[in-house]
Design a protein around this ligand. Structure first.
Ligand SMILES: [Zn+2]
Length: 588
C-alpha cells in the first residue's frame, strides 16, 4: 500500500477518513481528488470511507472505487451521525497521521500539507481548517443565511463553552492518530456537535489547536445548518459545558509521543510506531498526564487555581503540578519570542529581562558561591541571555560555559564567548560525562518531566560533577503567606513547583547525592520588590513604587529571600561519598 512521494516534506503515513451517508453522487469526485492529492502529502496513504447506515449503495460504490490510494470501507449498520462515523474511521486508521473531511469535500485537500507539517513538527496537536481566515476567502461563497447561522454558532460556542475560534465546524481537520484516538475516546456527541466537543476537549487538556486556511474547490452545500439543526446543537453545547465543568474531558495518559508519528521522509527514521528510536523526546512529550510525573500517584489536592489552570499537590510525594500537564507543543509555543519581553511580567515571562541583567548576574554570582570548589566546564540549562554563564566566567573558575536555551531569540543574545545550544532540554545534543557543573536557575519548574531531566543531567555530568538548582519552594514562608497570590504561581509556565521533600526524592531516585538544600536569595531593586510584595494587588504595588521613587529609593538594590531553594547535589564518583547534607530544619 505504499504510495511513494518525492516530496521531502511528506509525512510517513496518512489516513483520510470520509464519513458518508447516501453519497453515491457526491462521493466519487471526493475520492478522485483524494487519490490525486494524498500521494503528494504522505509516503503511504489510505482512505477510510465510513458508510453511516446508507441505503443507496454508498458502501459498494466506495469498495469498487479504484484509484491511486487504497480504500477501505467501514460499515455502520444504522445511521449514527457524523461524530460516530468519524470516530469509527479514526479507530480503523493504520497510519500515524489522520485527517477527516466530508463526503462532498468542498476543500482543496492540499490545504492538509501545512497542517501535517505543524503536527509532525509538534507545533500543533490539532490542526483545523478555518473558513474565517482572510487567506481562506471562503465565506464570500456563502449566502446570507449560512453566514448568519455561522455567526450565531460561533457566538454560541464562545459564550457557552469558551471556544476562542470562530469556525469550529469546518470539515477538514487533522491530528496525530494517537491524539485523535485519545480525544475521540472522551467524545459523547454522535452528531454534528462532535466538532466543537472535540475542540473543547483539546483545549481543556492544554493541547495546541492551530487554524489553517482552506480554499473551496467547488460549492460547499454542506448538509449541516445551524438554523435547521439549531435546537440539537444548542442542547449539545450545554452538554459539553456540563462535561467541561465536571472534568469529563480530562484525557487519560495520552501517549502522543508513542505514536511514532514524527518520522518524516528522508531522515531514515524508525518504522511507524518506532518508539524506541526516540526515547528522549518520548518521555518529554508524553504530557497530558493526570499522574504525578515524579511518583506516579494520581491522588492530589487542589492548591491554586487561576482561570482554567489548576495547580495541585501530589498526596504521595508533595510535588505541585499543573493539572493536567500541558503538552510539549503547548509549552514550546509558549516560549516563542515574546517570553523575554512582554507587558505583564507578573502574569508571564519577564517584563524586560535585559534590564535586570546586573541584578541577575549579581544574584547568580552569589549562588555560584554555593559550589565554590567547582571549576572547569559549566552547563546552564534554561540559561536565557546567558547571565549565569557571564557570572561564572567572571569568577575565572569556568573557562568553558555552555548555555542551553529553548528560545532562539534569547539564545541569540548569549555572549559569543559561551557555547549556545538551542533546544528543549533534555532532548538537546550534549557530550556525555563531560561537565563539572550543571546549573538550572529558575528553570527546573518549567520542565514537565523531572525524571527525564535529572537522568539526562546525571548523564552529561562527569562522575563527581555537581548540580546547582534554584527553584521556587512551595514550603517557603512567602508561598505560605501569599497563598493564591504567590508570585511563583505563573500559569502555565511553571508546570511543577518543588519543596525540599520531593526534591530530595527526585534527586536520590536519579542517582544524585545531595549536598545541601538552602534558601536562595536574590538581588532586586526596591521598586521590583514592591511589585512582588503586592502581587495580586496591582494598585497597592503601583502606590508603593511611586512612594519609593519619590524618595529616590526605587533603584536601590537589596538582597532578599526569594521564596526559592538552592540545591547542591553531585553525581557520585571519584570514590568518596558526597552525601553530607546537614540534618536539620527545612529551609524556608
Ligand atoms: Zn507525586
Amino acid at each position: 500500500m505504499a504510495e511513494t512521494s518525492s516530496n521531502p516534506s511528506a509525512v510517513a503515513g496518512l489516513t483520510l477518513v470520509v464519513p458518508a451517508k447516501d453519497e453515491v453522487v457526491r462521493l466519487p469526485p471526493t475520492l478522485e481528488a483524494a487519490s490525486r492529492v494524498l500521494p503528494g502529502l504522505a509516503l503511504a496513504s489510505e482512505i477510510v470511507v465510513v458508510d453511516d447506515g446508507s441505503r443507496d449503495g454508498t458502501a459498494a460504490l466506495a469498495a469498487r472505487f479504484a484509484g491511486a490510494v487504497p480504500i477501505r470501507v467501514v460499515r455502520l449498520e444504522r445511521n449514527r451521525g457524523k461524530g460516530a462515523a468519524v470516530a469509527a474511521g479514526i479507530a480503523a486508521a493504520r497510519h500515524p497521521f489522520v485527517a477527516f473531511t466530508d463526503a462532498d469535500c468542498p476543500y482543496d485537500l492540499s490545504a492538509l500539507r501545512p497542517m501535517l507539517e505543524a503536527l509532525a513538527g509538534r507545533t500543533a496537536d490539532v490542526a483545523i481548517g478555518a473558513r474565517d481566515l482572510v487567506e481562506s476567502g471562503v465565506s464570500r461563497g456563502y449566502g446570507p443565511l449560512r453566514r448568519l447561522s455561522g455567526k450565531m454558532l460561533s457566538g454560541l460556542t464562545r459564550a457557552v463553552i469558551g471556544l476562542p475560534m470562530r469556525d469550529s465546524q469546518c470539515g477538514l481537520k487533522a491530528f496525530r492518530t494517537e491524539t485523535a484516538r485519545s480525544l475521540f475516546a472522551v467524545r459523547t456527541i454522535d452528531g454534528f456537535g462532535f466538532d466543537f466537543e472535540l475542540l473543547a476537549a483539546a483545549l481543556a487538556n492544554g493541547l495546541v489547536v492551530e487554524r489553517f486556511p482552506v480554499s473551496l474547490s467547488h460549492d460547499d452545500d454542506s448538509r449541516v445548518d445551524v438554523l435547521r439543526d439549531g435546537l440539537a446543537m444548542f442542547r449539545q453545547l450545554w452538554l459539553v459545558r456540563a462535561g467541561l465543568r465536571r472534568g469529563d474531558y480530562r484525557l487519560p495518559v495520552a501517549r502522543q509521543a508513542a505514536d511514532g508519528a514524527v518520522e518524516r521522509a528522508g531522515n531514515g527514521a524508525a518504522p511507524v510506531g518506532g518508539v524506541a528510536a526516540r526515547p528522549r523526546s518520548e518521555t518529554a512529550s508524553a504530557a497530558v498526564a493526570n499522574e504525578c510525573p515524579l511518583c506516579g500517584s494520581s491522588e492530589r489536592r487542589p492548591r491554586a487555581r487561576r482561570g482554567s489552570f489548576h495547580m495541585v499537590e501530589c498526596d504521595e510525594c508533595g510535588l505541585w503540578r499543573l493539572d493536567p500537564l500541558p503538552t510539549r507543543a503547548a509549552l514550546e509555543r509558549f516560549y516563542r519570542d515574546e517570553y523575554y519581553a512582554n507587558g505583564a511580567p507578573s502574569e508571564t515571562g519577564y517584563g524586560d529581562y535585559a534590564a535586570q541583567a546586573d541584578d541577575l548576574r549579581a544574584t547568580f554570582a552569589e549562588r555560584l558561591d554555593l559550589v565554590a570548589e567547582s571549576r572547569g566546564r559549566l552547563l546552564d540549562v534554561g540559561g536565557g541571555f546567558g547571565f549565569l554563564a557571564d557570572a561564572a566566567a567572571a569568577t575565572g573558575r569556568f573557562p568553558e560555559c555552555w548555555v542551553v536555551e529553548t528560545s532562539e531569540s534569547a539564545a541569540a543574545r548569549v555572549a559569543p564567548g559561551h557555547r549556545r545550544v538551542v533546544g528543549w532540554f533534555p532532548d538537546v545534543d550534549l557530550p556525555e560525562a563531560y561537565f563539572d557543573l550543571a546549573s538550572l536557575q529558575d528553570s527546573f519548574e518549567h520542565l514537565p518531566d523531572p525524571r527525564a531531566t535529572l537522568a539526562r543531567l546525571h548523564g552529561v555530568l562527569r562522575p563527581g560533577g555537581r548540580l546547582l538548582v534554584a527553584t521556587p519552594n512551595t514550603a517557603s514562608l512567602i508561598a505560605r503567606l501569599q497563598r493564591g497570590a504567590w508570585v511563583s504561581l505563573k500559569f502555565p509556565e511553571h508546570v511543577l513547583l518543588w519543596s525540599p521533600r520531593p526534591m530530595r526524592r527526585a534527586l536520590r531516585e536519579a542517582g544524585f547525592e545531595i549536598e545541601r538544600i538552602v534558601p536562595a536569595g536574590q538581588w532586586v531593586r526596591l521598586d521590583f520588590l514592591a511589585h512582588r510584595v503586592f502581587s495580586g494587588r496591582p494598585r497597592a504595588g503601583a502606590a508603593a513604587v511611586r512612594a519609593l521613587r519619590a524618595i529616590g529609593a526605587g533603584g536601590v538594590r537589596a538582597w532578599v529571600p526569594s521564596g526559592s531553594i538552592a540545591v547542591v547535589a553531585a553525581r557520585p564518583g571519584d570514590g568518596r561519598s558526597r552525601d553530607r547534607e546537614a540534618d536539620g530544619g527545612e529551609p524556608s
